[in-house]
Ligand binder design. Sequence first.
Ligand code: TYD
Length: 220
Amino acid sequence: MTGGDVTGGESSRAGLFVTFEGGDGAGKTTQATLLEEWLRADGRDVVRTREPGGTEVGVLIRDIVLHHRGEVAPRAEALLYAADRAHHIETVVRPALDRGDVVIQDRYLDSSVAYQGAGRVLGRDEVRSLSLWATEGLLPDLTVLLDLDPAAARLRLDADDKPFDRLEAERETFHVRVREEFLALAAAEPGRFLVLDASLPAGQLADAVRERLRSLLAAG
Ligand code: TYD
């Protein structure tokens, strides 16, 4: 299987595709919300979405991957995330990009590479190829990686007082591998990634994201 044509940053794209990545508890939702508010105040049309679970079908898949009790075979798990992604990109994200909207998305294919790859059963390249096949090669214009030490992230999650989902409940070594994988992905594609220290104040992080957005929007 090949990944097909990789279409990240393609000049013909009318809209802008921005994804937020990072471990659980890194503050993606806060930053995505701040960016959405800033863009809307500037009069932009914004679609705010997430994976898994950005569509009706996706909500059903999300329930399986995050809340099913008992084992899910690693290849099945990777295919479930890819199925969610395929449907979401075709029915929500590509139409929004074609309209010229800014799409702000919580998690995308880098999460699959980091999480499904970090289980050590599946290789980084095969997980990535599966996602590229599922999305016909769609890559974001910008991926903001909120990097945080898993021990600090765990303290934030504990303070939230919500029950852990399947992946949050994984051992610390798993989350250390996820973090390393995200950083390796960012190092391999420095043009697409903006890596930020997620322990910084939210306002400072939002400023850094806006600065990058300004130059992307100015570039057309
Ligand atoms: P998320 O929506 O960020 O969780 P929450 O709503 O609790 O903040 O992500 C759900 C989990 O799914 C997260 O632990 C990472 C995992 N995940 C994968 O393992 N692979 C993927 O491809 C994606 C998109 C998420």
